[in-house]
Design a binder for this molecule. Structure first.
Ligand code: FAD
Length: 454
């Protein structure tokens, strides 16, 4: 781990997740049945479910920093049923039955994570309070009501309208409340899962950077792992490997956390502990009232870096942190004097068609999952269960879901990728301004929609 970063700088969650002392790394060549590259939730859930299916499997997890160093430990804590492609867009791509099966699987995943964490005894502050999406203009109200109508037409998701008097954000005309959303402490989940796996015999090797992956072999700077099957679980970092450089684009999302705020403040917000919130602007924001009464609040807006570069400094953009603080105060003016105690960020993974996927090639015996964009906290669990089935050649309901085997097109080479990714970001910000000025649905957002996953 970057020695200059303390755990509290890495994220609010890392600062409250207990001991982060790195585990020993790989020490010379070794063998395993399954080698997993990346110690985030995709890698760890895959190990978890593989052991459920075949308890004797020898599994090695190879992690460059520490387990949970990446997005899995730093995210907004929304354990949602969201998938980066909407139900309607999944229906267009795969048909209605497949789209509905995917929605049901995502909703079930919340209960699955809750069940496993309770069974292991992990203290992850999980609360199932739903998410509140504020509608703060007529345009946003139309979007909210359209979403509710769409959910009702499919009959799987539970999204309800709450009127002005029932929600506590400034200027809100009401909100769409999605009941299928929980929240949790992400770093405690990923760190706790790593410890639980270790006690079950999984070797978690930290400080071990993988330099190349090929059938049956994983190269690191500290030795070679020869394994029957290999899983690539590096999400936003996937672009750092030459072979997969254009598969997933790392996009930075940044967050702030405030000091704990008093009960009278929270009463005015009508948010319950663990409840998450957003609104219908185009440049995404997301927040939660933590169980210790802080805001953990994040959003997009940090730019994409040339060549899909990832550096610790990119986690910290003062302009974006200040924008987030101002946006939070705009939503909840009584928070204007709240001290911002933590600022952080990290790369999430965006496939070219915004379609998360999971797959396993029996010919190369290499599996992979990712491309969750900002919806990976629960989707990684579904990926882990599915990869476990695929790697053990089981034919199940999960292996028939439409994201299995999906192949996204690659991202364009530079400079097109740089121009396209940053233009997409600017366009979403411009669309919000356009809607404020014209009070109509943004023409820009409509034009850019197919390119940014809407
Ligand atoms: C700021 C932020 C907020 C988010 N908020 C939410 C949210 O509220 N809800 C939600 O559902 N999703 C959210 N997401 C997305 C979600 O966190 C991710 O989709 C998910 O955690 C991805 O998990 P992963 O295991 O696939 O990848 P990661 O957690 O990124 O793990 C990949 C791991 O691979 C390691 N690695 C990289 N290169 C190498 C190498 N060469 N060798 C070995 N190891 C390597 C990394 O160190 C890292 O630990 C957010 C993401 C960010 C960044």
């Amino acid at each position: 781990m970057d020695a200059a970063l303390t755990s509290a700088e890495l994220s609010f969650w890392h600062g409250t997740a207990g001991d982060l002392t790195p585990r020993p790394g790989l020490d010379g060549d070794t063998t395993a049945d399954v080698a997993i590259v990346g110690g985030g939730l995709t890698g760890l859930w895959t190990a978890w479910y593989l052991l459920e299916r075949e308890p004797g499997l020898r599994i090695v997890v190879l992690e460059k920093e520490i387990a949970g160093f990446g997005a899995s430990g730093r995210n907004g804590g929304w354990l949602s049923a969201l998938f980066p492609r909407s139900t309607a867009s999944l229906e267009r791509a795969h048909g209605r039955d497949a789209a509905l099966a995917m929605r049901r699987a995502m909703i079930d995943t919340i209960g699955e994570v809750a069940g496993v964490t309770a069974a292991i005894g992990l203290d992850v502050d999980l609360r199932r309070e739903g998410t509140v999406a504020y509608a703060r203009s007529a345009v946003q109200e139309r979007a909210a009501r359209a979403e509710i109508a769409e959910a009702a037409s499919y009959g799987v998701d539970e999204v309800e309208w709450r009127g002005r008097g029932e929600v506590g954000a400034a200027g809100a005309r009401g909100a769409a409340v999605d009941l299928n959303c929980a929240s949790l402490h992400p770093a405690r989940l990923v760190r706790g899962l790593a410890s639980a796996l270790e006690t079950r015999g999984v070797r978690i090797l930290e400080g071990t950077e993988v330099t190349a992956v090929s059938p049956g072999r994983v190269d690191t700077a500290r030795g070679v792992v020869t394994a029957d099957r290999v899983v690539l679980a590096t999400e936003g970092y996937t672009a750092t490997f030459r072979a997969t450089h254009r598969r997933i684009l790392p996009l930075y999302s940044l967050m702030i956390a405030t000091e704990p705020l008093p009960p009278a403040f929270w009463e005015s917000t009508r948010l319950r502990p663990g409840q998450t919130f957003t609104d219908y602007r185009h440049l995404l924001i997301y927040g939660q009232r933590t169980v210790d009464d802080r805001f953990a609040f994040g959003g997009r807006g940090a730019r994409y870096h040339w060549g899909s570069a990832i550096r610790p400094g990119y986690d910290r953009v003062p302009r974006v942190f200040e924008h987030l603080r101002r946006t939070l105060v705009e939503l909840f003016p009584a928070a204007r004097d709240a001290a911002v105690t933590h600022r952080w960020g990290g790369p999430l993974g965006v496939p070219r068609d915004w379609h998360a996927s999971v797959g396993y090639d029996p010919a190369t015996r290499i599996g992979r999952a990712g491309g969750y964009v900002g919806d990976g906290l629960s989707t990684t669990n579904l990926a882990g269960r599915t990869l476990a089935d695929l790697l053990t050649a089981a034919d199940t309901d999960l292996t028939r879901l439409p994201w299995v085997g999906h192949r996204s097109p690659g991202w364009e080479p530079e400079p097109l990728r740089f121009l396209g990714a940053n233009a997409g970001m600017l366009a979403m910000a411009a669309a919000d301004v356009e809607e404020r000025l014209t009070r109509r649905e943004s023409v820009i957002a409509k034009a850019m929609g197919p390119l940014v996953g809407h």
